[in-house]
Design a protein around this ligand. Structure first.
Ligand SMILES: *Cc1c(COP(=O)(O)O)cnc(C)c1O
Length: 477
């Protein structure tokens, strides 16, 4: 399998060559030249392989899917990587992504039982093992520099902790993450993990990362990389749980299933799109947004309008607070018949000049064939969904999953099971849970008392030069 760019360049790279890279050279995103089609017999075999909680079943399924897209890692090695990643020890159950039934035809798929209680662990844990493997094979090192306001940073740190050849330098705005998130990140004692608490806001952190990455000499000398959401390996890892979810709610491969996906950067639901393109019988992909409704506006009108900072709201589902959706270009490439020139026009010069674009009526019409529908949710909707799910089912869901559930209910169809993806656990969002339910959220036993653990972090001014000097010192160590 080779990879091409959404802006048209046929780069001809293999998986391992794009694993450690960000954007394609022409500024586009990498996608495989085609989506391998999975026939009925293969689906049936995979259903048996996953086996609904069979030990190692998820890892075996992951290996099958990854193999279709990765042809430059020996099969035995790839299988071992999958089995090292997807264990009951890391994800809590042999099912890895257990589905629970809320009501007839309405299910929740638990993607958040990994170390940081959010679905990003599903991809990031695999990425950590892939990075370690590939860096060892090349005899290289990588220093991951990132900025986080919570979720992504902790998932990256828990994936890379103790990995050979990798160091993580993670900037976060001092005192602005939730106490739980701070405890999660700062309690890591691994010498290859560096938490830098910046005296500033999240944008200051991001500006420092940009400044360091734009210093090409610094970047090259210190082998600076990222683990951002456009990484193809992350997206690919997420394809697997659509299959595992499908197998859990159906008995045969003739039953259509819809998935509702709390969305921000469009990585998660784009993986659903890939699964559907491969032939998984997905009826609808329901894109759920919060008040930051860039994506809902697009799927309703064909207009993609990047939001200014002043128009990007801080909400109680903060991991969906986006101004633009960084993976979205991948779907548009497929929507437009893989016309890289048109994508380059829309996302390159057009986006820079007009802050967005409008599809032609002919282009917009095609969305239906791809199964996408959308909806949005507000703070009040979130509270209501958390409350009713708790009162009616004794099931406590987090704020992002609540957005997904609220929008899912608007798109139920008779005879089609609806699976809402649970993207985080309520323990991470105590304040909103207290507002909705008047009590503290449930917390997995392993994380009780995490706030009392010793912390390891460095406070620093919002100054790129200081951060670069710190990285320089610790790269030599
Ligand atoms: C990252 C995240 C999302 C959004 O996922 P995308 O892949 O960016 O669309 C939703 N919910 C939670 C809890 C997240 O951490």
């Amino acid at each position: 399998m080779k990879y091409i760019s959404t802006r048209g360049e046929p780069t001809g790279r293999h998986f391992s060559e794009i694993l450690l890279e960000g954007l394609a050279p022409d500024g586009g995103l990498y996608l495989p030249t085609h989506y391998p089609k999975v026939d009925d017999a293969t689906l049936a075999r995979w259903r048996g392989l996953y086996g609904n909680g069979r030990p190692g079943g998820y890892a075996d399924l992951a290996f099958e899917i990854l193999s279709l897209y990765i042809d430059d890692i020996p099969a035995a090695d790839l299988k071992a990587l999958a089995h090292r990643t997807y264990t009951a020890a890391t994800f809590g159950t042999e099912a890895i992504v257990p589905v629970r039934r809320l009501e007839p035809g309405l299910y929740i798929e638990g993607l958040s039982n990994g170390p940081t209680l959010a679905f990003k662990d599903m991809a990031m844990q695999l990425l950590g093992n892939l990075f370690e493997y590939e860096l060892a094979r090349r005899g290289e090192q990588l220093n991951i520099l990132g900025a986080t306001s919570g979720d992504t940073g902790s998932a990256a740190e828990y994936a890379m902790r103790g990995k050979r050849g990798v160091r993580v330098f993670m900037l976060s705005p001092q005192g602005r993450m939730s106490p739980f998130q701070q405890a999660q990140m700062f309690s890591l004692q691994d010498p290859n993990i560096h938490n830098i608490a910046v005296e500033g806001v999240f944008d200051d952190c991001q500006d420092i990362v940009k400044a360091a990455s734009n210093d090409l000499d610094f970047k090259r000398r210190h082998r600076i990389g990222t683990v951002n959401s456009i990484n193809w390996a992350r997206l690919l890892a997420q394809v697997v749980y659509y299959f595992a979810g499908y197998f859990q709610v159906t008995k045969s491969n003739s039953e259509p299933v819809s998935f509702a996906v709390p969305s921000g950067n469009f990585g998660n639901v784009c993986a659903g799109h890939v699964a559907r393109m491969m032939g998984l019988p997905i009826a609808r992909l329901v894109v759920a947004t919060n008040e930051n409704d860039v994506l809902d506006e697009f799927f309703r009108s064909g207009r993609y309008r990047v939001r200014a900072a002043a128009e990007t709201y801080e909400t109680s589902s903060p991991s969906m607070d986006i101004s633009k959706a960084s993976n979205f270009e991948r779907f548009v490439f497929d929507l437009l018949g893989r016309d890289g020139r048109r994508v380059a026009q829309l996302f390159g010069a057009g986006l820079a000049k007009d802050g967005g674009f409008q599809l032609t009526p002919g282009e917009f019409e095609r969305i239906e064939a791809f199964g996408f529908v959308s909806g949005k949710s507000t703070h009040a909707d979130r509270l209501a969904a958390i409350r009713s799910t708790w009162e009616d089912h004794g099931d406590m869901i987090d704020t992002h999953t609540a957005d997904g559930l609220k929008v899912a209910r608007e798109h139920l169809q008779p005879g089609v099971a609806m699976v809402v993806l649970e993207t985080a656990l309520p323990a991470k969002f105590a304040a909103t849970i207290a507002e909705a339910l008047g009590r503290e959220p449930l917390r997995p036993a392993a994380l009780v008392g995490i706030e009392d653990l010793p912390r390891r972090f460095t406070v620093m001014a919002a100054d790129a030069a200081q951060v670069k000097a710190y990285i320089e010192r610790h790269c030599r160590a």
